[in-house]
Ligand binder design. Structure first.
Ligand code: ADP
Ligand code: ADP
Length: 229
């Protein structure tokens, strides 16, 4: 079964038609990049996938489970679908390590010692173990975003969603975040990334999707996408 199967998805904000009949299937292990102009619905689409927004019509099937109005299964789905936002969303009053331990302990009921071990392993993976005892405000934007990725990984998700993970970063910090994302991709993680980083898309994506005004208007392998404008 696919990691994600969306058919005829529609989303309204009051009368504003933000998503118009989106159809999208993502295989397990696939890397999809979504691009398109500001306001085209990219963020809304990502947010519908883990039900940060409720959709108005159509179906969304995540890892074999349908998202519907009866969202009793939503916690289960969110455990399997990690999310990385533009603005990191780390808890400012908790250390880097505590940020990474929180959800596994609260949601997965992982014992503290095990949660710490897992957190340190993923902080190592994003090359930031030396900052484990610091608070987010003491870190650069690039470091905070790598922590946010580690935090998502600590839930051992099946799939990761990225919503413009580098858009809020100073240019010199973008590379370190893209490198971590590239590592994850090469390890077979299913990834759906809203990003304007076309170098990343070309190198990592299996498929690039272009959105405009709430619709998918173009969908192609990255090579053909870039070569035939
Ligand atoms: P993108 O991520 O491509 O920039 P968004 O999904 O954020 O696009 O937004 C798509 C459209 O929906 C925009 O016109 C935006 O203003 C509108 N929109 C997004 N979120 C809301 C909201 N919570 N309430 C009303 N309109 C919204
Ligand atoms: P993004 O970078 O994800 O496109 P935005 O800056 O467009 O983020 O939106 C940030 C937040 O504001 C989101 O929660 C979005 O749903 C909300 N939002 C965006 N556009 C509108 C709007 N026109 N009316 C109300 N809320 C909006």
């Amino acid at each position: 079964e696919p990691a994600l199967e969306i058919s005829n998805l529609q989303k309204f904000y009051d009368s504003y038609h933000a998503l118009r009949s989106i159809n999208l299937t993502v295989a397990r292990g696939e890397k999809v990049v979504i691009c398109g102009p500001s306001g085209s619905g990219k963020s809304t689409l990502i947010r519908c996938i883990n039900h940060l927004e409720a959709h108005d019509a159509g179906t969304i099937n995540v890892l074999g489970t349908a998202l519907n109005d009866n969202v009793s299964n939503i916690d289960e789905i969110r455990r399997e679908v990690g999310m990385v936002f533009q603005h990191f969303n780390l808890f400012p009053h908790m250390t880097v390590l505590e940020n990474c331990m929180l959800a596994p302990m609260l949601v997965r009921k992982v014992p503290r010692a095990r949660a710490e071990e897992t957190a340190m392993a993923y902080l190592e993976k994003v090359r930031i173990t030396d900052q484990a005892e610091k608070y987010p405000g003491q870190l650069s934007g690039g470091q905070q975003q790598r922590v946010a990725i580690a935090r998502a990984l600590c839930m051992e998700p099946e799939m990761l969603l990225f919503d413009e993970p580098t858009s809020a970063l100073d240019p010199e910090m973008i590379g370190e975040v893209l490198n971590v994302m590239t590592d994850l991709a090469s390890e077979g993680m299913t990834m759906i990334c809203v990003t304007h980083e076309m170098g990343f898309a070309r190198k990592v994506a299996d498929r690039v999707i272009f959105m405009d005004r709430g619709e998918i208007v173009e969908e192609a392998a990255p090579g053909s996408f870039f070569d035939n404008p």
